[in-house]
Design a protein around this ligand. Structure first.
Ligand SMILES: Nc1nc2c(ncn2[C@@H]2O[C@H](COP(=O)(O)OP(=O)(O)OP(=O)(O)O)[C@@H](O)[C@H]2O)c(=O)[nH]1
Ligand SMILES: [Mg+2]
Length: 305
């Protein structure tokens, strides 16, 4: 067998995944890439960074662009997240609109559909969560969602069960132009290590909190260093919340919650970094930071400009 020619032309291009919060975009990205590159939670508005993830096969390189869920914004953060998601619709070859097959198509989907219809890119409708029961016949759901924009193709899949991921890859590849690979074949994501680490910490907070708390949480890395002698990475990070009461929730009684968050995050970080990890987490209050443009920039959310 001869080594693949790096200049060989394959189906290659950029594919933006857009949709309502919680539709399942990031779960699909992880399933397609085959490793965890995007954080996921059961709370809406989990993704706050536009993230590029690479799916590389023998005859295609699909650069997936995961985006924050499009929603009705209530603050500066929400506006920035929407702006970032809508920016991703420009300059991509294909827009994949991700819709939760188990939930009714609603006004939020129609609004996303209008933006999808307005792009010059090819369009694929992705109906995900096919493993979940639906209260309406599947044909009806597919028909409702298909009417949201003029789509070039429709794919039904389950990211969680890994059902019909190859259907997505085939549908998207067929719509991509021939060209060179844009990224090295072994690369899976374009996120800087510090962002990945901060996001993993935030993800743990999302899973363990509810109501306004998940939305009020931001995480930053204050210091990151690797000590070769004992093969340990030391991470100092701060979790920001907006209220004293939220600080109490994230710390937990006798520090029980922050300990749990820290233990779970450390395990993930050890897998990610392949070293031992010492993780020090502080929880601080920054009142109404979601309305503060400077703080949003400091976290690097949205366009991170
Ligand atoms: N049963 C089932 N659950 C899924 C599937 N895909 C995603 N989920 C769940 O749906 C929830 C939201 O998933 P995410 O991937 O974070 O959704 P998202 O669209 O990226 O959400 P935002 O980042 O907030 O816009 C999580 O609880 C996932 O486990 C699926 O195929 N089947
Ligand atoms: Mg997401």
């Amino acid at each position: 067998m001869t080594a693949a020619d790096p200049m060989q032309e394959v189906r290659s291009g950029f594919v933006a995944l857009v949709g309502r919060p919680n539709a399942g975009k990031s779960t699909l990205v992880n399933a397609l890439v085959g490793s965890k590159v995007a954080i996921v939670s059961d709370k809406p508005q989990t993704t706050r960074h536009r993230l590029r993830a690479i799916v590389d096969t023998e005859d295609a390189q699909i650069v997936l662009v995961d985006t924050p869920g499009l929603h009705k914004p209530h603050d500066a953060l929400g506006e920035e997240l929407n702006r970032s998601a809508l920016m991703a619709l420009r300059d991509v070859d294909v827009v994949a609109m991700v819709v939760d097959l188990s939930a009714p198509v609603g006004g939020g989907d129609r609004w996303v559909g209008e933006h999808v219809a307005a792009t010059d890119a090819k369009r694929v409708l992705v109906l995900t969560k096919a493993d979940l029961p639906s209260d309406r016949p599947i044909e009806k759901r597919i028909a409702d969602a298909s009417a949201l924009a003029p789509f070039d193709d429709v794919v039904v899949l389950s990211a969680k069960e890994g059902f019909n991921l190859e259907g997505f890859t085939a549908a998207v590849s067929a719509l991509l132009p021939m060209g060179p690979r844009f990224f090295p074949r072994e690369m899976t994501s374009d996120q800087p290590e510090e962002v990945v680490i901060a996001e993993l910490i935030r993800e743990k907070v999302l899973w363990h909190t509810r109501d306004e708390v998940p939305h009020s949480v931001g995480a930053v890395i204050d210091d990151l260093r690797y000590d070769e002698d004992n093969d340990t990475t030391t991470v100092h990070a701060t979790i920001f919340v907006e209220r004293d009461s939220q600080q109490g929730i994230v710390v937990g009684s006798g520090g029980s919650m922050i300990k749990r968050i820290g233990t779970e995050a450390r395990k993930d970080l050890e897998t990610l970094l392949g070293t031992k990890v010492y993780l020090d987490l502080a929880v601080r209050v920054k009142k109404d930071w979601r309305s503060d443009g400077a703080m949003i920039k400091r976290f690097g959310y949205g366009e991170g400009l």
